[in-house]
Design a protein around this ligand. Sequence first.
Ligand SMILES: *Cc1c(COP(=O)(O)O)cnc(C)c1O
Length: 394
Amino acid sequence: MTGFSDIEQRLQERERQNRYRRRRVIESPQGRTLQIDGRQVLNFCSNDYLGLANDARVRAAFKQGIDDWGAGSGAAHLVCGHSKPHHELEDAMAEFTGRPRCLLFSSGYAANLGVINGLLSVGDHVFEDRLNHASLLDGGWISRAGFQWFEHSDVDSLSMRLESCANMEGRKLIVSDGTFSMDGDLCRLEEIVRLGRQHGAWVMIDDAHGFGVHGIDGRGIVEPDRYGIDDVQILIGTLGKAFGTHGAFVAGSEELIETLIQKARTYIFSTALPPSIAVATLTSLEILRGEEWRRDRLRNHVQRFRHGAEQIGLTVVPSDSPIQPVLVGAEQAALSISAELEELGILVTPIRPPTVPDGTSRLRITLTAGHTEQDVDHLLSALDACAATVQAIA
Ligand SMILES: *Cc1c(COP(=O)(O)O)cnc(C)c1O
């Protein structure tokens, strides 16, 4: 068979392998519960860690933003789409991250592609953690720089890769998630920064899951007092997670941001976010930094969950973040348990290959400040009820 003639067969194959993905239609706003097929379920899969996606104040700001600035931005930033709210949000994010400048992108995916591809080309070198987010890996590949993996959070592996390019010309960029999206663990920032210095490489940290959750006032794992722009030259954050809105930002030096404005194709050739999103995000930023009780509550839920999970004998991986994966191993086990949980009114996403390596399928549980302690207990007793399934399959 040639061309596209096997497209249907490929789909069937995928279905047989249990790898066929389907979307659910959500019939309610984001929150601790979601409505699906007319039924309320407890939501343990969203990245809305602080419960801001449907916050009344963020919603009101969004509406005001639409009244003041209309529905769309009309053009790319370099044409006539760069409005005052975009500019104000960039300034606010620069101040928040303790960096000279910030640049908004329409998504985290676009930011990562644009930044890496804008800075690197043939003859340069990119070093990526094996478990980096797909957008970071894709950015590395399309840049046409020499691409090197290092083993997950393995400093020796990274050091070896850097050594292997020690005498080569070209730019060197080390790229890592700050808080890893599937495991919830943090990168070894201190060592990465040290190796960056030692090898004259720049360091790019994507802390999509760390902002709002970790650090003083939710500044994430790249603490500005500890890591300046000579340590972590490129800092990425996304707005669709703890900020509860949409989009992403890159923070760094004046020269970095000006270079990206000239060279990042996903920035130059893409319509600016609606200004109303920037207005809404200015409000969510204020809430995110100001309302420490949301982080306290989140930390409390994380401890409660981990303690409870241990008691019922689940395999939780080391993670202090709201991402709490429960390892089940076999793909089929992850699917069955997740289906069983849904019967019990609990929504948890099964994560399986190719998103994670074979044999490490898991339930990716995310906790949020919107949950109550009772919600966490309810999740634990449902997991306990499913434990038989886990053991039967394991
Ligand atoms: C979610 C995520 C992205 C993508 O951000 P979007 O705004 O959803 O496109 C990028 N990097 C990491 C680490 C993420 O978790």
